[in-house]
Design a protein around this ligand. Structure first.
Ligand code: SF4
Ligand code: SF4
Length: 368
């Protein structure tokens, strides 16, 4: 079986992964529910997890809001390849007599949580598998870091009944995260708690990263509904400038109201389809991930590109443009009230939306 483990690790590297490891039921024991390999397959014994790198050359212009499409295309391409490699390895293992299930890089969620796919709860967490198997280290952001590619990586995995030998997690010395907090500064949603950390036990190791506030924060901003940083000086690639409240409980109705505003915006170039949306999803954020480079000077440069890159506005033909914050306000002032309302202003949920949000909350509460 050691030979099969070695072949699996080499298999994914032949297909484009730069790092690979093996997690087992034992090496993720004690972890959160999303480390339960048997969720993917009852007879699961191990998981082969691997990482592909994003082309870093597309990142600076994306952060500076000079070119969105090149990074989005790269992100979509690497996600597709990564999920495809998982499908291929699962097929290989099945042909060898070991049941196996591929875990997609993204966009596949549990259906059996109280709110179903809407909670975006993965079948099995790729991040935990990657940390437990030494594919990478947890950064303060909660993203997985690699000493060469930073957090600009895409993970996938295959869960299998084969008893593959586990690989070791990386040592703390191999983790370049120095707590610079630029990932927090680059997040317009304030998903990451600035003070508290979460500790996760996986097998014999304890990992930590910043505690998450409501994940709906990220859905609201990374989903493109809004994107203006609290400073008002810069934004994500989203042309929305609805406020990001302090109270976690406010996000569910805001998100539902945001979907309606988003649907009325003109279609732009690029984008992709996502199981939670009828409209196209455009890549507008991911900043916490791609700001994080192993070189602290490059990290700082990337953050400055983001923070000095201005505020994005949308033209009637759907195209986006980043302009200084004062100019963005002038452009909004020049819009008629109805057009402006899809980007800015009052996003108080209607009574119907509020009732739906209350219903969803009660479902979630009842589900535990
Ligand atoms: S941006 Fe800084 S604090 Fe955040 S994960 Fe990267 S190195 Fe760590
Ligand atoms: S993807 Fe964007 S909104 Fe989501 S946590 Fe990262 S920086 Fe924040």
């Amino acid at each position: 079986m050691d030979r099969l483990g070695g072949i699996c690790l080499d298999y994914v590297k032949c297909e484009g992964a730069f790092a690979a490891g093996i997690a087992t039921r034992e090496t993720v024991a004690g972890g959160p529910p999303s480390t339960d390999l048997s969720y993917a397959m009852p007879e699961a014994r191990s998981a082969v997890v691997f990482a592909l790198a994003l082309d870093q050359r597309t990142i600076p212009d994306y952060l500076a809001k000079r070119d969105r499409l090149a990074y989005e295309a790269e992100y979509n391409r690497v996600n597709s390849i990564s999920s495809g490699v998982a499908v291929k390895l699962a097929g290989f293992l099945k042909q060898r007599g070991f049941p196996a299930v591929p875990l997609a890089a993204n966009d596949v969620y549990r259906e059996d949580t109280p709110l179903g796919r809407f909670e975006m709860f993965p079948p099995v967490s790729l991040r935990y598998l990657a940390a437990a198997s030494g594919v990478g280290s947890f950064g303060l952001s909660g993203n997985i870091l690699d000493k060469t590619h930073g957090a600009g990586i895409i993970l996938s995995a295959v869960v299998t009944s084969a008893e593959l030998p586990p690989t070791e997690p990386l040592s703390d010395e191999e983790n370049y995260c120095d707590g610079c907090r630029l990932c927090l500064a680059a997040c317009a949603s304030n998903l990451m708690d600035p003070e508290e950390k979460t500790e996760v036990v996986l097998g014999k190791r304890t990992f930590s990263y910043s505690k998450r506030r409501s994940y709906l924060r990220c859905q609201y901003v990374c989903g493109g509904y809004t994107g203006l940083h609290a400073s008002g000086k810069w934004s994500t690639w989203s042309p929305g400038r609805f406020p990001v409240p302090e109270d976690d409980d406010a996000f569910l109705p805001l998100l539902l109201a945001g979907v309606q505003k988003y649907s009325r915006r003109p279609e732009g170039r690029g984008g992709r389809y996502h199981s939670l949306m009828d409209d196209k999803l455009y890549t507008t954020c991911g900043n916490c991930q791609i700001v994080c480079h192993p070189d602290p000077d490059e990290r700082k440069r990337r953050y400055q590109l983001l923070a000095r890159g201005g505020v994005v506005i949308q033209h009637p033909d759907g195209s986006l443009e980043a302009v200084p914050s004062e100019e963005a306000l002038r452009r909004l002032d020049a819009m008629d009230a109805d057009t402006r309302s899809i980007y800015d202003g009052d996003i108080t949920p209607s009574p119907d939306i509020q009732a739906l949000a209350d219903h969803m909350r009660s479902l979630a509460k009842a589900g535990g």
